[in-house]
Every structure is written in structure tokens, then in C-alpha cells.
Design a protein around this ligand. Structure first.
Ligand code: URA
Length: 437
């Protein structure tokens, strides 16, 4: 084939036409090499958001992303597992789950992303740990996995570089919440990392990229099909994302909460999700027969300090200061902490995760433009959550900011996130829909 021209691919996608596998492979490789400018790539991404992709086109895009770098293979004398979330607010699950499963004898190489849109990213969170290196060479990665069984890394020039480049561009061009782009982005990282058993946490709700359960189920099914096509065992849990997961939103604050959870305390919702995802991974990878047994085993590893020891090993192996696990005061801390006190009495009916994410962005806990620096210490900690009874003057949230002015602006936003009613809200059902085997 003669080399395609990007302008033609944009025009064809704008008309809703299907690209070929060869065209997508060319595009991913040229964008990674830097020969397609961001403005053309952004135009193509926006056309995909409007016109969609066929199922096979999504698969070809996934394959093109994988082929932009190297792929990993692991010894099969241990179960090799992986997990990915489609993005939420306060979602620090991986920082707990990776050392937890490694401490239970699994190989777990997790390639994560940076913050995307209003959602936080595990890589930004990990970088708040002094010294932690998210970019490892493939050789370093192999040596580390041989030694401690796990790694928590970003894409590198070696591993799915095309996704890293597209991901950063999507973040700032309004092209995140698009099913084929999410499916190919997530699955390219999972296929390249070489796991045999993959559990996906597909979020739905006000602060998820898929607002409705139906859309999230469709995304889950699309990703499961891509994984099965590549002969991996894949299962998706579809979980709600209307309120922040846990209490902390913001990079160092979330690492602190992940440390609490890995050491056996931490908020109930985060612990429950970690255990649920981990139990499904154990059953899917054949290391447990029943979910119930797996849940119990994982709870013991959290409560006994075994998983926490493994988190220390992971942080140390990647150049970070492992002492943060026993002394989280070594994490970056904000100079300004402002308490948001409630004005009404009643019951917290809702804490809107999307609005809390906006407050965190205002504090520079995430990016508004590609390449923006983020403040690792900034964020919001919820002191009251759905179902709590509150009185005037009672602290609802804590704002961690770099300046008084930023804290003041964030306070106005955080206030909007709280809905206080006169009646105790019903305990929300947390429906977890399982898609896949
Ligand atoms: N996570 C990813 O890795 N990619 C997306 O597009 C969304 C969430």
C-alpha cells in the first residue's frame, strides 16, 4: 500500500467510514514517531467520538497500539494476573491490589495511566511517593518481577507508546469518553503486559466515562471480546461511580489512603472493592476455587501486614522511599489545609464525585492542559459521606491546597458537591454486574 495521508483518514472517519487494519497500524506507528501532528490526531479522535468504530476496527486499533512497542511474556509456573479500571474519582485500588495479589503468590505487572479528564491516574499518585520511578526498561521490569513478583509502571517508549501519546492528547481534547477509544486503550496495555487472567473494573455513573449501566455493560462486553480474541481469560465487574471511592481525592492523599487500606484499615468501600477484584482474579487465574475462599484469604493478607510488607518491597524496588508505608508523613503535604464546615443539619444524601473532581482540578491535583505540572499534595478529603448525619458547623471536608486563594476557590466547589436532606438516605445498593466468563 502507498502510505496513507492523515488528512484522508480524518475525512473518511468524519464520514463514518471504516479504517483498515493497515491504516490503523500506520497511524499508530507514525503518531508515535512524531510525524503526525497533534492537531491532525486530535481531529481524527474527535471524528471517532462522533462516528464510532466497528468491532473489528476497535480490535485492529488495539492491535496497532500493542504493536507500537514490545510485548511481555512471563513464566507460567505462577498465575499471571492483571486488572484495569476505566477511571474514577478517588480510585486508588491498584496501589493496594498489586502488592496484595503478589503477596498471595501471583505475578502482577500493572501498566497504569496518568489522570485522564476529571479522573485521577495511578501513575500521578505513585509519583507523589518520593523517588518512585514509574518508567522501567523491559530488562529492569523482568528483574524486578523475578525478585518480587510485581511492578506498577507507566507505559514506556518500549511498552504501548502509541497509547501513552494518544492518552495524553485525549485528556486535553475532550475525546476521553468514547467507547472504542477506551476499549482499545485499556486492552492494549493489558495485552502487552502479558497476563493470562484479567479483571476489568468498568465504572458507570455520574463521575464515570460511561454514565449509564447499559453503556458500561456494552464497554465491558467489547473489552472482554478483545481479550478473549487474544486468548486471555477476561472478566469485567461493572461498578458504580457516583461518589468518590474512599475519602481521599488527590495524589498523595490517595496514596496515604491506599497505605491505610493495605495495612488493614482504610475505608470500607475501598477495601471491599479491592477484595472483590482480587477474589475474581484468584478464581479466574485458578489460584482459588471459590470467591468466598479467595475473599477470606485476601482479608487475612491485608490484616496481617503481609500485603503491606509487599507494598514496601514494591516501592523500594522502584526507587521510592518505602518508609512511607510506616510513616506516611513522608509524603508531600499541603501548606494550606482548610476545613469546609456544614451549614445545614440533616443527612448527607449525596457527595457528587464529579464536583469533587472539579475541586481537585482547581487545586491542580490534575491537568487542564497537556504537560501541566500537578501538585502532588493537593486534593480533598471527605470528612462526611453519604448516609452521615451532620449539624451546622460540622466539618464536611478538608481541602489541601498550595495557597489560601486556591483553597477558597475549591471550598466554593466542594460545598456544591454535598446534598444535605432531611431524611436518612437508603443504603445504596452497590450492584456489581459481572460480564465475561
Ligand atoms: N483507562 C485507560 O487506560 N484508558 C482509557 O481510555 C480510559 C481509562
Amino acid at each position: 500500500m502507498s502510505a496513507p495521508r492523515m488528512i484522508d483518514l480524518i475525512t473518511r472517519k468524519k464520514r463514518g467510514e471504516e479504517m483498515t487494519a493497515a491504516e490503523l497500524a500506520w497511524m499508530a506507528s507514525e503518531f508515535t514517531r512524531g510525524t503526525i501532528p497533534d492537531y491532525q490526531m486530535a481531529a481524527w479522535l474527535m471524528a471517532v467520538c462522533w462516528r464510532g468504530m466497528t468491532e473489528r476496527e476497535t480490535l485492529w486499533l488495539t492491535e496497532a497500539l500493542v504493536a507500537s512497542g514490545r510485548t511481555l511474556e512471563w513464566r507460567d509456573d505462577k498465575p499471571v494476573v492483571d486488572k484495569h479500571s476505566t477511571g474514577g474519582v478517588g480510585d486508588k485500588t491498584s496501589i493496594v491490589l498489586v502488592p496484595l495479589l503478589a503477596s498471595a503468590g501471583h505475578i502482577f505487572v500493572k501498566m497504569s495511566g496518568r489522570g485522564l479528564g476529571h479522573t485521577g491516574g495511578t501513575i500521578d499518585k505513585l509519583e507523589s511517593i518520593p523517588g518512585y520511578r514509574v518508567a522501567l526498561s523491559v530488562e529492569e521490569l523482568r528483574r524486578q518481577v523475578e525478585r518480587i513478583g510485581c511492578a506498577l509502571i507507566a507505559q514506556t517508549p518500549d511498552l504501548v507508546p502509541a497509547d501513552a501519546a494518544l492518552y495524553a492528547l485525549r485528556d486535553v481534547t475532550g475525546t476521553v469518553d468514547c467507547m472504542p477509544l477506551i476499549a482499545s486503550s485499556v486492552m492494549s496495555k493489558k495485552l502487552a503486559a502479558g497476563a493470562h487472567a484479567i479483571v476489568l473494573d468498568v465504572k458507570y455513573g455520574a463521575a464515570a466515562f460511561m454514565p449509564t449501566l447499559e453503556e458500561a455493560e456494552a464497554l465491558a462486553a467489547a473489552m472482554v471480546r478483545i481479550g478473549e480474541g487474544a486468548r486471555r481469560r477476561v472478566r469485567a465487574l461493572v461498578t458504580p461511580m457516583d461518589e468518590p471511592l474512599g475519602r481521599a481525592v488527590g495524589n498523595a492523599l490517595e496514596v496515604r489512603e491506599a497505605i491505610d487500606t493495605v495495612t488493614g484499615s482504610g475505608p470500607d468501600d475501598l477495601r471491599a472493592l479491592v477484595i472483590e477484584l482480587g477474589a475474581h482474579l484468584m478464581v479466574l487465574s485458578g489460584s482459588a476455587r471459590h470467591l468466598e475462599d479467595a475473599r477470606a484469604a485476601l482479608g487475612i493478607l491485608l490484616d496481617s501486614g503481609v500485603a503491606a510488607d509487599h507494598l514496601e518491597k514494591l516501592i523500594a524496588a522502584q526507587g521510592g522511599d518505602p518508609r512511607v508505608v510506616t510513616d506516611p508523613s513522608r509524603l508531600p503535604a499541603a501548606s494550606e489545609i482548610r476545613i469546609v464546615a456544614g451549614e445545614a443539619s440533616g443527612w448527607v444524601e449525596r457527595v457528587d464525585a464529579r464536583v469533587i473532581a472539579d475541586a481537585a482540578l482547581t487545586l491542580r491535583a490534575g491537568r487542564l492542559r497537556k504537560g501541566d505540572a500537578i501538585d502532588p499534595a493537593a486534593g480533598v478529603r471527605l470528612l462526611a459521606r453519604r448516609g452521615d448525619e451532620v449539624r451546622p458547623g460540622q466539618p464536611l471536608a478538608e481541602i489541601h491546597a498550595a495557597s489560601t486563594e486556591m483553597a477558597r476557590q475549591a471550598e466554593l466547589i466542594v460545598r456544591r458537591a454535598f446534598r444535605i436532606g432531611e431524611e436518612r438516605p437508603a443504603v445504596p445498593e452497590s450492584p456489581v454486574v459481572v460480564v465475561g466468563e
